[in-house]
Design a binder for this molecule. Structure first.
Ligand code: PHE
Length: 346
């Protein structure tokens, strides 16, 4: 039996040295280590042997098996290396090929417009600041001249937060506009003030092509001595020309916001039809882009600014609306549905 094992071993090693491809190696494995191999037969027959012989033959058979397995592993490594070398020689493997590029992300279209707008105002001397999205009733309404039970509250569809104070009031909400930051900034600083405030706002709306429950606004505020309506018009005119083209004309019309007096709505002439009327401007020739006005004296008094010394202007615009105009997007919901086919276009 031991002699037989020796024979198997030397024959196997002999044959192995002549093998030069993976297929032949696999055949060799089946022949010498497979289920039907002579070696496996010896191992299977061990239990039939008398105890003394069983021990010796068993040890030798296992040793043979380990040895052949080790030789197989080494040969397999060698073959793989030669095949690689051959492939290189044949030119089948080009190690100078560039790697696969890592896909690059990009900024969301709303972020792009937001940054562009902030840059324009920054170049005119406005500072960019941000504020809280969860607000007190006081900042979102009261301090902006919209007292409790004032009908102007109906202008805003509000998400109230389920927090009750000791007087049974629920004074906390998701801000419905960025205007509360006007108050927070004036409370903390003295004139001159020149800021723009980008940020998210929330409204309790049924969503459709032009309404979302969450959107971005950019608020602007300038307060100093001698600021007049002419400064408001000049600043916003310059802004519109830089964002929508140097030939843009602007139109201001009266509008009502409780925290400004006078209040205005600003429109630009339609950049598609140039004012003759088309689908984008609903045949009016004009596109409304923001609310604005001179800061109400009551609001100034509320933050301890003397309205006889200081005046100011404020404005607020919806960023998605501007992005929609700019890129010709007809449904605001596209911005937040996270469809890469849409987002990759910007
Ligand atoms: N906060 C107003 C809105 O959300 C816009 C506005 C801002 C109007 C500043 C006038 C001055 O509708």
């Amino acid at each position: 039996m031991l002699k037989k094992l020796d024979e198997i071993k030397s024959k196997a090693i002999d044959e192995l040295s002549g093998i030069s491809d993976i297929k032949a190696l696999e055949d060799w494995r089946v022949r010498y280590l497979g289920k039907k191999s002579a070696l496996t037969q010896v191992l299977r027959g061990l239990s039939a042997l008398p105890v003394g012989e069983r021990k010796r033959v068993g040890a030798s058979a296992n040793e043979t098996k380990d040895m052949l397995e080790a030789a197989l592993a080494q040969k397999s490594e060698e073959l793989k290396e030669t095949e690689l070398a051959l492939a290189l020689e044949r030119g089948g493997l080009d190690v100078t090929l560039p790697g696969r590029p890592i896909p690059l992300g990009r900024l969301h279209p709303v972020t792009q417009i937001l940054q562009e707008i902030c840059d324009i105002f920054a170049s005119m001397g406005f500072q960019v600041v941000e504020g809280p999205e969860v607000e007190w009733d006081y900042y979102n309404f009261e301090a902006l001249n919209i007292p409790r039970d004032h009908p102007a509250r109906d202008m805003f569809s509000t998400f109230w937060i389920d927090f009750e104070n000791e007087r049974g009031e629920r004074p906390m909400l998701l801000r419905t506009h960025t205007s509360p930051m006007q108050i927070r900034i004036m409370e903390k600083t003295r004139p001159p003030v020149r800021v723009v405030v980008p940020g998210k706002i929330y409204r309790y709306e049924a969503t459709d092509a032009t309404h979302e429950t969450m959107l971005y606004q950019i608020e602007g505020l300038a307060v100093d001595e001698n600021i007049t309506l002419a400064d408001l018009k000049g600043t916003l005119y310059e802004f519109a020309r830089r964002l929508f083209g140097a030939e843009r004309r602007v139109r201001f019309r009266c509008d009502y916001f409780p925290f400004v007096e006078p209040g205005a709505e600003m429109a630009i002439d339609c950049f598609i039809c140039g004012g003759s009327g088309c689908r984008l401007c609903s045949n009016t020739g004009w596109i409304e882009i923001m609310g604005a006005g001179m800061v109400h004296p009551g609001v100034l008094r509320g933050v301890d600014y003397d309205p006889d010394t200081y005046t100011g202007f404020a404005f607020g615009m919806g960023v998605e609306r501007i992005a929609m105009l700019r890129y010709g997007i007809d449904d605001i919901r596209l911005f937040y549905s996270n469809d890469l086919r849409f987002l990759r276009q910007f």
